[in-house]
Design a protein around this ligand. Structure first.
Ligand code: NDP
Ligand code: GDR
Length: 362
């Protein structure tokens, strides 16, 4: 039985990856942070009581800012594969917490690599580093591929750039099986609530049920290459199953504006949306309604712009060339953006129907 260790197991990708590895018969260890409230909602369905025999899924308290803790967990678990997914992953928040972001996202990766080296596991343990399309930042070339120069545009991306290169350096210096997956944005119903796609699907679901009147957005001209997290964790696993350690772009190859994502999501609840005005005065208005189940009104101003959500430096356009992943990994995405939007909207409408019931009951 192979053993995997996942940092960031309580996050969106950690949850899908843990599920995938368990389905493949792995013993899965996950590192979770201590928090004052439970933070394991995404993995509660695969939780195993530590008292049972033959446990396949085990959680360890830890943090990427604590080397001693990482060394101890890696020594105890002796993993065949480490997936370093833990990170302060919010680009906008990284402008507010730049030093912490550098520590967790940048030096945290070094700590993992060093722990493996110090413990003499360089020949046993393969390492996956969660690199990101944010490395491309200011557009140098489209579509972006493995050889496109980086130009990071946020403290998050700069920290991830350090993590990218330290992974490459340890691979070359110590002959380690350490790889970067340069993943473009990927989403799901498990996506954190403040990332743009989830903010939109949650906001629309709440408006549909009369729990909120409108939604304030930032830069809706930004273009992203959005895939489904379920497809992307499959690619992470494939990257570590290759004969040679290499870095891969994982993307769909399709780019869409935030504005068009909003229009698609509204369609799912029977609303035709039109945008009027420009810049911070742009608004999204309900043009017509084809589903009387929901509480929208024709003419309702459902989208407004709030500059608070603008970033000091923005990444305008991301679109990935996944040719290398297709050719060498045999990977291609199964989900289209339409399928992703449908799934996310349906999940959030369900969620808020339940919340409304509870609210009305109380
Ligand atoms: P999430 O924000 O959903 O999850 C991040 C995880 O990291 C959580 O489990 C979080 O714990 C944990 N974490 C945060 N800080 C620390 C720390 N100091 N020590 C240990 N764990 C920590 O991110 P995603 O699942 O979306 O992304 C996974 C990884 O992939 C991240 O590294 C992200 O930067 C990267 N990435 C994501 C992309 C995407 O589109 N989703 C695209 C490209 C890269 P807690 O639950 O306690 O907060
Ligand atoms: P991103 O994701 O920064 O690409 O990083 P996010 O969903 O936060 O933003 C995408 C784009 O939407 C614009 N935007 C808004 N964003 C948020 N969060 N909230 C808003 O109200 C809003 N309005 C417009 C943003 O300006 C941006 O252009 C994600 C994270 O998962 C990273 O960890 C990962 O590395 C990259 O994807 C690839």
């Amino acid at each position: 039985m192979k053993t995997a260790l996942i940092t960031g197991v309580t996050g969106q990708d950690g949850a899908y990856l843990a599920e995938l590895l368990l389905s493949k018969g792995y013993m899965v260890h996950g590192i979770k942070r201590r928090s004052s409230l439970f933070n394991t909602q995404r993995i509660d369905h695969i939780y195993e009581d530590p008292h049972i025999e033959n446990q396949h899924f085990k959680l360890h308290y830890g943090d990427l800012s604590d080397s001693t803790n990482l060394i101890r967990i890696i020594q105890e678990t002796q993993p065949d594969e480490i997936y370093n997914l833990g990170a302060m992953s919010h680009v906008k928040v990284s402008f507010d917490t730049p030093e912490y972001t550098a520590n967790a996202d940048g030096i945290g990766t070094l700590r993992i690599l060093e722990a493996v080296r110090l413990l003499g596991l360089t020949k046993k343990t393969k390492i996956y580093q969660a690199s990101t399309s944010e490395l491309y930042g200011l557009v140098q070339e489209v579509p972006q591929k493995e050889t496109t120069p980086f130009y990071p545009r946020s403290p998050y991306a700069v920290a991830k750039m350090y993590a990218y290169w330290i992974t490459v350096n340890y691979r070359e210096a110590y002959d380690m099986f350490a790889c970067n997956g340069i993943l473009f944005n990927h989403e799901s119903p498990l996506r954190g609530e403040t990332f743009v796609t989830r903010k939109i699907t949650r906001g629309i679901a709440q408006m549909a049920l009369g729990l909120q009147d409108s939604l304030f957005m930032g830069n809706i001209d930004a273009k992203r290459d959005w895939g489904h997290a379920k497809d992307y964790v499959e690619a992470m696993w494939l990257i570590l199953q290759q004969d040679k350690p290499e870095d891969f772009v994982i993307s769909t190859g399709v780019t869409t504006t935030v504005r068009d994502f909003i229009i698609m999501a509204f369609k799912e609840v029977g609303v035709e949306l039109e945008f009027k005005g420009e810049g911070v005065d742009e608004v999204g208005i309900v043009k017509s309604i084809s589903n009387s189940e929901f509480e929208f009104k024709v003419g309702q101003k459902v989208i407004q712009i709030d500059p608070t959500y603008f970033r000091p430096t923005e990444v305008d356009l991301l679109i990935g060339d996944n040719t290398k992943a297709k050719t060498k990994l045999g990977w291609s995405p199964k989900y289209t953006l339409e399928m992703l939007v449908k799934e996310m909207m349906a999940a959030d409408v369900d969620l808020f129907k339940k919340e409304k019931l509870i609210k009305n009951f109380n």
